[in-house]
Design a protein around this ligand. Structure first.
Ligand SMILES: [Fe+2]
Ligand SMILES: [Fe+2]
Length: 261
């Protein structure tokens, strides 16, 4: 099993060198790293723009997800699109989600966790900064509250080990960011709250399975998860984007990122 590896020197060079790394907020560095790993995993034909250039010349903030920056043609979705349609034709972290969910499935974890793993990073197609919080907002209208809660806080838990469940602080973070890497205050605050919360494991298990979601050359299919999606996701009869839910606009944007209004 070969896991996606990131070369420290070339990654830091892409970030604009050691000085740029020091000047970048820790949470954004972690997002950059995750984006780089997912790009590598998904074999994206479109390489990330050179980060140094992105920092010095970009005209957008970090909200811009890959649905906007990848220019490959998008296949049209049906009139009443379902989560599976989006999964197949819009989300760009599908392989990572499927591998994570597959690990949860094979190790007999709760179905809620399997579903959460499947979708925990998909919002990164829209927004990369604070993706746990955005991802929770995208799914909240359609899932058990424990699922969106878990997605919300996996972002913070990634930085905190839990030996009891086999989650170590990612060695990659040490290698890339150095040993003295420190997260921002809101991440520390949320971690403290989550650590003592009765739903802690809803979020923790996402980070556990996340570690198994970067295997090169392994492409699981969404088919074994169709029934789980059916049970865990309340598909709106009008189609995602057209049900007037609090996140309907996000689904519409995924569907058509070219929409002028
Ligand atoms: Fe994530
Ligand atoms: Fe992930």
């Amino acid at each position: 099993m070969k896991t996606v590896d990131i070369d420290r020197r070339s990654f830091i060079a892409k970030l604009g060198g050691a000085a740029a790394v020091l000047a970048t907020a820790p949470e954004l560095l972690a997002e950059k790293l995750e984006d780089e790993m997912i790009r590598k995993l998904e074999n994206s034909s479109q390489p990330a723009p050179p980060i140094q250039q992105e920092i010095s010349e970009r005209t957008n903030r970090r909200g811009t997800g890959r649905i906007f920056t990848d220019t490959k043609e998008l296949v049209p979705l049906p009139d009443k699109p379902t989560l599976v349609d989006f999964y197949k034709d819009r989300f760009n972290s599908s392989r990572h989600g499927l591998q994570s969910a597959n690990h949860a499935l094979e190790t007999g974890q709760p179905e809620r966790t399997i579903f959460a793993c499947l979708v925990h990073d998909v919002v990164q197609g829209l927004v990369r900064s604070d993706h746990g919080y955005w991802g929770a907002a995208l799914f909240a209208p359609y899932v058990d509250e424990r699922i969106s809660w878990g997605i919300r806080y996996h972002q913070a838990l990634r930085f905190y080990p839990d030996d009891e469940v086999g989650y170590a602080y990612p060695e990659l973070y040490n290698r890339i960011f150095g040993k003295d890497y420190e997260v921002e205050d809101y991440i520390k605050r949320d971690y403290k709250m989550v650590r003592n919360h009765k739903w802690y494991m809803e979020s923790r298990l996402i980070t556990v399975n996340d570690q198994y979601g970067f295997v090169e050359g392994y492409e699981p299919s969404v088919e074994p998860f169709i029934d789980i999606i059916g049970r865990q996701f309340k598909q709106p009869k009008e189609g995602l984007g057209y049900d007037n839910s609090p996140s309907a606009h996000m689904w519409r944007t995924f569907q058509n990122p070219e929409r002028p209004l």
